[in-house]
Write a protein that binds this ligand. Structure first.
Ligand code: AHG
Ligand code: MN
Ligand code: MN
Length: 335
């Protein structure tokens, strides 16, 4: 059997052999992976580690923070701030950007993350995860401002997530396809378990929170209604539905076996473009999905082309198997 390839070796090859990533980006990704390992340990301990339940606080989005939201945020900051690869960070759990303190060396990159995705699943022992996106700090600007973060997803230099499920799996792209690494707990390292991940272009599986149906817009209603009609309807095939309510776990399933994931705009909060956040949820996931041959839009345009106006901006999300995403998107222009 061939010798297992560790994340470290994979990244060294991306740097040296293929010239895809600079050395400091490689080191930054190692630090993020290390932080994910620590979060994974905290998740595994659950009630024994005192990490379940809510904290007595709210984040900038008005959501009650879980203890693990705060712990994961602190682990990511602590692991990254002294490494010398970053200029600043931004997180779902912090109102504004976090500058690397002056006492530490300053780097070239900006790191954005959703430290703990799928918070409603923490206490019920269902898969959750961490999502991250790396941007380059714009050249020539002294210091860092929030404006420096407001780059379209197409500018990302690395993106990924770590899912804490029956296995802990890190999924990564640096623009050279998608690779998956499973955490070997005995060795304490991430091991390459799948390369060149591809999403089938067609699917019979969709993921959407059906309880919001009455609030959806017409194009989304039409698409789901046609799926639900099964063999007898216009699609001529039966569809299956899955909704885990952790974007990481739903996207992981789609990267593994195809499907379409949607969290569309709805009438509950008409002034917000959607529930999910553009910069640290939709952008990294959209790049991964595109790198695996899928597609990602907000119904009107490619997510990676959206010019962000705010750090915590929200967006409508349709991503996954290419032909289905194109179909839902086309319904938005014909209705
Ligand atoms: P977060 O826990 O980071 O706030 O994200 C939760 C998101 C996402 O993971 C998931 O797809 C969605 O919220 C679930 O929403 P519902 O509660 O409507 O199912
Ligand atoms: Mn999230
Ligand atoms: Mn979160």
């Amino acid at each position: 059997m061939a010798k297992p390839i560790s994340l470290t070796r994979y990244l060294v090859e991306q740097q040296r052999v293929d010239g895809h990533i600079p050395g400091d980006l490689r080191l930054l990704l190692e630090v993020v992976a290390r932080a994910c390992k620590r979060i994974s340990q905290a998740v595994n301990k659950g009630a024994l580690g005192g990490v379940l339940g809510s904290a007595d606080s709210e984040n900038v989005q008005g959501e009650v923070q879980k203890k693990l939201d705060i712990i994961a945020n602190e682990v990511l900051i602590e692991a990254n701030e002294w490494g010398g690869h970053l200029a600043a960070m931004a997180s779902e759990e912090m109102d504004s950007i976090y500058l690397v303190p002056n006492r530490y060396p300053q780097g070239e990159y900006l790191l954005l993350f959703d430290p703990l995705d799928g918070s409603s699943n923490i206490d019920v022992n269902v898969s959750i995860g961490t999502i991250f996106s790396v941007l380059k700090k714009p050249e020539g600007s002294p210091g860092v401002t929030e404006q420096d973060f407001l780059q379209a997803g197409a500018q990302q230099v690395a993106a990924g997530y770590c899912v804490y499920g029956p296995q802990t799996t890190l999924v990564l792209t640096v623009g050279d396809g998608v690779a998956m690494f499973t955490l070997d707990r005995e060795q304490g390292s991430f091991v390459l378990t799948q390369e060149n991940v591809r999403i089938p272009e067609d699917t019979k599986e969709f993921a959407i929170n059906m309880s919001n149906m009455r609030h959806w817009d017409e194009p989304v209603k039409r698409y789901i209604d046609e799926c639900l009609q099964g063999k007898e309807g216009p699609r001529g095939k039966d569809f299956n539905m899955r909704w885990i309510a952790s974007m990481v776990a739903d996207v992981h399933r789609i990267l593994t076996r195809g499907g379409v994931f949607m969290y569309p705009w709805d009438k509950r909060e008409p002034n917000k473009p959607g529930k999910l956040r553009l910069m640290y949820e939709a952008n990294p996931m959209s790049w991964l999905v595109e790198q695996a041959g899928g597609a990602a839009t907000n119904g009107k345009q490619r997510i990676l082309d959206i010019q962000p106006k705010q750090l915590h901006e929200r967006v409508s999300v349709i991503l996954g198997s290419k032909n289905e995403v194109e179909r839902v998107t086309s319904y938005h222009s014909t209705l």
